[in-house]
Ligand binder design. Structure first.
Ligand code: 4NP
Length: 164
């Protein structure tokens, strides 16, 4: 997303993890894909960011791109760090794990933001946890598991936001 202010006619969603190279780029790419399939590109603004700055400017981790591409999803993001402005710009800020959530909530409180801040897996109906685990130090199978939970959650998130 290139603009500094959100279009009020669109629902804006920012997905956030730690490094912005594994989980949140997957969530951004999957949500974009689902929105596109539903013919709703005009209704949403979608982006991702990390709470940390180590990977700023980098493309998604190759393992994340590979699992996405296996499922027909193209990842096209560059890592960036979340800013205070994001808490003003985005309607929904969606965290991958509880640590991300705490950091975002701290920023949102300091900013007086009225963004809706939630864990992504609030929208996962599988009932096997509330965090998207960090797959960075694991193997490829961890990325497949993460893909599946992010995909389930994004499908349900889109259904909620379409109805909102
Ligand atoms: P992500 O994964 O938060 O899903 O992008 C990570 C990527 C890098 C690091 C940690 C988590 N890191 O420590 O460099």
């Amino acid at each position: 997303m290139d603009t500094n202010t959100s279009d009020p006619a669109r629902t804006s969603v920012l997905f956030v993890c730690l490094g912005n190279i594994c989980r949140s780029p997957l969530a951004e790419g999957i949500f974009l894909h689902l929105v596109h399939e539903a013919g709703l590109d005009d209704r949403f603004e979608i982006d991702s960011a990390g709470t940390g700055a180590w990977h700023v400017g980098e493309r998604p981790d190759a393992r994340a791109s590979m699992v996405a591409s296996k499922h027909g999803v193209h990842l096209d993001s560059r890592a960036r760090q979340i800013t205070d402005d994001d808490l003003d710009r985005f309607d929904y800020v969606i965290a991958m794990d509880r640590e991300n959530l705490r950091n975002i909530e701290r920023m949102a409180d300091a900013r007086g933001s009225d963004a809706e801040v939630h864990l992504l897996r609030t929208y996962d109906d599988s009932g096997d946890g509330d965090e998207v685990p960090d797959p960075y130090y694991g193997g490829a199978s961890g990325f497949e598991t993460v893909y599946e939970m992010v995909h389930r959650s994004c499908q349900n998130l889109l259904e909620r936001l379409k109805a909102a």
